[in-house]
Each structure stands twice: as C-alpha cells, then as structure tokens.
Design a protein around this ligand. Structure first.
Ligand SMILES: *[C@@H]1O[C@H](CO)[C@@H](O)[C@H](O)[C@H]1NC(C)=O
Length: 177
C-alpha cells in the first residue's frame, strides 16, 4: 500500500514537471525582442554612412497589422533609444499572420528632424515576428536602422559619398569610360 502511494506520487511529480517544462518552453518560443538603431542621417541619403550619428532619446513605434485587414492593429509598442541610439522592444506571441514594422516617431535633436515625403514611406523597417518559417530560432529580430535627416547635409558628405562611388544625392556615379 505504502509503496504504491509513493509510486503514484512520483508519477504525479513527473507529470507535473514535464507539463511545466513544456509550457515554459512554449513561452520562450513565442517571446521575441526587436532590436534596431536610430541615427541622424547627416548626408540626407537615407542610409548609414561613416559620418552618420547615432541618436539617443529618439522615439520609435513597432506596429503590427493583420495581413487581411490593415485597420486591425494587433500590436503597437513604443520605445526610446539609449545613448548608443539603440532600442529593444519585447514582443509576446507569434505574429505570423501580420505585417510588423518599426517607424520613427520623434527626433531628439532640433537640427535633425526631417522625414522626407517620398522617402519616408521607405523609412519603415519591416520585421518578421514569427518562428513559423522554421529558420530563425533566436528570439532576436533585427530591424533596419532608421534615420532622421538634417536641413542641409554636412560639407564632408560630398567626399564621403565619392568614396562610395556615389553622387552627393546618394545616386550612383555613372561610369562613362
Ligand atoms: C485581427 O488580426 C488577428 C491576427 O491576424 C486575428 O486573429 C483577429 O481575428 C483579427 N480581428 C479582427 C476583428 O479582424
């Protein structure tokens, strides 16, 4: 009699333990962290150059909308960049059926606030917040860097861009040789 109760207790303990492990494992699987940076685009070209400046205190927003209905906002979370211009946003749950992207909300520098009309549309960093593709097993999701522009590009930009074979406006230099 005593032996069988011990056996039952043990069996229960094993059950409970494996239940705990499996649910806990699921939690971990469906937790993500979106990372990214915000910079001052000192050359107004909308990509990072060697004279771009990380921006601390900038505000960004991560938002997900349903694939089938973009009015159905399923996630909306704001974050502020740290002294390195980086932010991290924790996300719970798999967002496989949704389009998720990070956009700029506000600059922390009076001299670097511009969001150019057309280019602004491309200034959203798309992120995939799901494990469904089975390829990425890490919880980390990296969003492209986002930049605010200055009213006027810095004087050094012409030189910096020339080194990259680009015109001052960021377009490629035509090779007419
Ligand atoms: C909104 O989108 C989520 C995720 O795709 C979906 O589960 C939910 O049913 C949608 N809600 C409405 C009201 O359409």
């Amino acid at each position: 009699m005593a032996k069988s109760s011990i056996f039952i207790l043990l069996a229960l303990a094993v059950c409970f333990f494996s239940f705990f492990v499996s649910t806990h494992g699921n939690d971990l699987k469906n937790r993500f962290v979106v990372h990214g940076t915000v910079y001052c685009d000192t050359c107004n070209v909308q990509f990072v150059t060697k004279i771009s400046e990380p921006m601390a205190g900038a505000k960004v927003k991560l938002q997900c909308v349903d694939f089938a209905n973009d009015k159905n906002i399923t996630l909306s979370k704001e974050a502020t960049t740290d002294e390195k211009g980086s932010y991290s946003i924790e996300v719970d749950g798999d967002h496989a059926e949704e389009d998720c992207q990070v956009t700029l909300i506000s600059s922390s520098r009076d001299d670097c606030t511009k969001l150019d009309g057309d280019k602004h549309l491309n200034q959203a960093a798309k992120v995939s917040i799901t494990n469904d593709n089975g390829l990425i097993h890490s919880p980390d999701r990296l969003a492209n860097a986002l930049g605010f522009m200055k009213d006027q590009p810095l004087a050094e930009c012409a030189e910096v861009l020339k080194d990259l074979s680009l015109n001052p406006d960021g377009t490629e230099i035509e090779d007419n040789s």
